[in-house]
Design a protein around this ligand. Structure first.
Ligand code: IMP
Ligand code: MG
Length: 176
């Protein structure tokens, strides 16, 4: 239950701050891929609010595709494997691809997706995450475009859920 209409927990990052950061990152992507086409691969479901902010700030031929993944629970940590629930609709060979995630936590998901998609021969593969929680990292990953770094707290809001709830909070919060 939400305590008030669409409010939960302690606000860590406001919508305004997120929109400003999206503008900066969109500008950076526009510069990095000047004159080229980019394909943003949103990781469902958590990344869609952030993806929608970023894509509007990219002044290039920017296209969208989506993947859905699930972790194998505790075994994920040891195997480093995630289950692909929905794969891309389009081929990415020779494309500029940017994976857009909600949060990099252990790093397992981004590490796996990077390796998986590299196998399809993209021209370039970069990663973007709204949040980075480096304290929890278990595998080494490079995140090319990071929105914000967060402490080791359980984050909700702006796409991030707790048991599918709170994705619609219009800011980043944490469970108390
Ligand atoms: P990984 O541990 O880096 O593989 O993160 C996998 C996924 O766990 C992320 O894409 C999120 O969906 C979820 N996750 C990790 N940390 C949090 C959190 O603090 N709040 C909500 N979801 C999280
Ligand atoms: Mg996720």
């Amino acid at each position: 239950m939400m305590t008030e209409k669409n409010h939960k927990g302690e606000m860590l990052i406001s919508q305004q701050e997120i929109l400003e950061r999206a503008k900066e990152i969109g500008k950076q992507i526009t510069e990095d891929f000047a004159g080229e086409e980019v394909l943003l691969v949103g990781i469902l479901k958590g990344a869609i609010l952030w993806l929608s902010d970023i894509v509007k700030e990219i002044d290039l031929d920017a296209r969208l595709d989506f993947m859905a993944v699930s972790s194998y629970g505790a075994s994920t940590k040891t195997t480093g494997v995630v289950k692909i629930l929905k794969d891309l609709d389009v081929p990415i060979e020779d494309k500029n691809v940017i994976i857009v995630e909600d949060i990099a936590d252990t790093g397992v998901t981004l590490a796996y997706l990077t390796k998986y998609l590299m196998g399809r021969g993209p021209k370039c593969l970069k990663t973007c995450a709204l949040l980075d929680k480096p304290a929890r990292r278990q595998v080494d990953i490079d995140i090319d475009y990071v929105g914000f770094e967060v402490e080791d707290k359980f984050i909700i809001g702006y796409g991030l859920d707790y048991n599918q709830q709170y994705r619609n909070l219009p800011y980043i919060s944490c469970l108390d």
